[in-house]
Write a new protein. Structure first.
Length: 125
């Protein structure tokens, strides 16, 4: 079984083909719950190089809304895949897409003791 190798060993000729970086947030981008300036700067450099950074997290919608608006990311996937948010900075408008339909999410909220997660359905634009 092959082990992970340092990214610096990745062939330079292939690095130009990277279009997306998908990453966890907690203890991957953050350190002891804080986002270090170096991580923020790295995301800015990737964005400026044309690489879309997309954090994927278990965090709820409120956190993800903030991340999509305030961090230099192309989008954020929240609640472990239940939805994604993408903020259009030019239009100043949030795009929200959910795994469950609006009807399913409404039914979930009205059930006692039901999880408020958006997961477990099919994608509906």
């Amino acid at each position: 079984m092959e082990t992970m190798r340092p990214f610096q060993n990745f062939p330079s000729s292939l690095k130009k083909n990277i279009r997306y970086v998908l990453t966890d947030i907690d203890d991957t981008l953050t350190l002891h719950g804080l986002l270090p300036a170096a991580a923020l700067a790295a995301m800015e450099r990737l964005r400026d190089a044309g690489v879309a950074v997309i954090p994927i997290t278990g965090r709820p919608a409120g956190w993800c809304d903030h991340i999509a608006r305030m961090w230099p990311v192309a989008a954020v996937v929240g609640e472990n895949g239940a939805f994604y948010y993408r903020y259009d900075r030019e239009l100043r408008k949030m795009e929200r897409r959910y795994f469950k339909t609006a009807e399913q999410r409404k039914a979930d909220r009205s059930r006692p003791n039901a999880s408020n997660s958006c997961a477990s359905s099919i994608v509906r634009p």
